[in-house]
Design a protein around this ligand. Sequence first.
Ligand code: GLA
Ligand code: ZN
Length: 683
Amino acid sequence: MIESSKVHKILYGGDYNPEQWPKEIWQEDMRMFQIAHIDVVTLNVFSWAALQPDEVTYDFSKLDEIMEYVRKNGLKVCFATSTAAHPAWMARKYPDILRVEKTGMKRKFGSRHNSCPNSPTYREYSVALAEQLARRYKDYDNIVAWHISNEYGGECYCENCEKAFRVWLRKKYGTIDELNRAWNTSFWGHTLYDWDDVVVPDMRSEEFEWDGIRTNFQGISLDYRRFNSDSMLECYCMERDAVRKYTPDIPVTTNLMGFYKTLDYQKWEKEMDFVSWDSYPPYGAEPEHNAMAHDLMRGLKGGKPFALMEQTPSVSNWHAYCALKRPGVMRLLSYQAVAHGADTVMFFQMRRSIGACEKYHGAVIDHVGNENTRVFREIAALGGELSNLGDTLLGGRTPAKAAIVFDWDNWWATELSAGPSNLIDYYDEVYQYYKALQNLHIPVDFIGIEDDLAPYALVLAPMLYMCKDGYDGKIRAYVKAGGTFLTSYFSGYVEEHDLVVTGGYPGRLRDILGIWVEESDAVPEGDEGIRHTFRYEGETYPAEILCDLLHTEGAETLAVYDNDFYAGMPVLTRNSFGSGCAYYVAARSSQTFYRKLLQKITGELHIQPPAKQERPEADDGGFVEMTLRENQNGSFLFLLNHGDAAECVTLEQGGRNLLDGSEYRAGETVALDPKGAAILCLS
Ligand code: GLA
Ligand code: ZN
């Protein structure tokens, strides 16, 4: 489906459920798919109940017909294994398959994502079904990918999980003494004597504090999150191995969900042939959020293209107010995905269902059932454009010089401790820096802590609270060799078990940053008391959330606090270290500050935006997103106008707009309509 010999264009289509419709409708679907240039359908996502009506019976008759029909009509298939919702008979007969909530409540049959990942029943039957499907349909050469399960997620706290957790811990720690050390159980006399003393960190064990998030023993909760993510990953791997036995050449994926906290996608990626994900930006959300999720997904596989597996053509049903995607927005967001690395554009779903919770979710074919809708016309027009683009953009990589480090363990750990502030928010901290770079039009790669830093001139690791064993060494070597590094408050505190690294904050990063953080002052939300500020290059900026009180140990001070008892203490520092340097931002500030700081840093590093928006202060006007993809066919500049007004962009380099054929010379201006897009093939 991605980088496959069977694919010669950006695949266009999505989730298709013909089994929910009478056959007369299928023909009509095909007619409309043709008008819309649809060439791929994701089949069989939720069909377990039909495929296996009881323990010993499989019934593939309908699926056989669908597979034949779809092949006859020239469609490619993204083939799902149907294991994201188990059949009712299974729950009735084998209650071990039902999850237990964090509250200790055992679930009954219902909903989806409802199977315990450590249930022997679930594992046995899901793998058996995957295997049956692969064996039966292996010769369909229009299958372009396996889609295992659907949006893995959630958690389980049942007895099977408890037992499996003990096994997982034993493998990780070897001895109970080592476990006690890692979890610091001598605190409150929680020392465990035996592996059987380990219980799952649910509400019954009172591991969770008053708000259901902060915990008493972070090591336990951290390991439970790791374990839960690993458990689901094991389920995925077992199905993957089952289908691979029969179809070793069909790539395998599962649809991820961007910044989905529960699963450590940096571990999942290793088991996936390509990354795919479902993008559902809420109406009115800043477009940079969605851009950041795309970049995270692209970063999982070191910059390789990913599949946009789902998006809504018009509306999602699960918001309180299901606002429509305005005219042009579906197209714009589709190109946003492609701009950030997607090689497919796919929807949920092809035909709007008539019952249950998604009957008011947008679809390619609406309840009216014909092509005379705004949404369908927009879909068909985009389909035409994607057909014209052919294979031009496929496989393109983003030549980013700046990278942001993101780490799931760190995400979990930053929120588990009580203190220093409820406003600590790793995602949001990262977003501040990302957004500023986006508004400076600087392409960014997302990297994990296993990734190489050397390809980047600038590496940002905001709020690197957990600095795992060896990661400081990696940063040290990078900066010594000439790299520029930046981190912010609440960094370097703990090692991988969330145990504090003693000897002064920011722990292992102290020498690289050339500072010592002695104390940190949390600033309450909406505090009417002292407003903390600092001056930087002639302007005053806020200092919020956490204000570090730090001493320089070799770093130069670029800005100091204006007020409170720490007035005059450094808030922004820069340390020359080896041939490179390391910046420290000691508090949360504003977008204007981040943009100013990052403009300066990127300017010094000669990291240039690929083009110039006429209005530099993007906050005052619309946001034009710019990014690059490069492949053997050339270098492509994407210009995406998310604003409600027309915008102009001045080109550094000439090129031809692939979407309308117009030619531009260097220095000329591209005019973008509201919600307009251009893809310039640079000359
Ligand atoms: C998810 C699921 C789909 C559908 C959509 C609705 O992405 O994978 O099955 O429920 O949400 O937005
Ligand atoms: Zn369980």
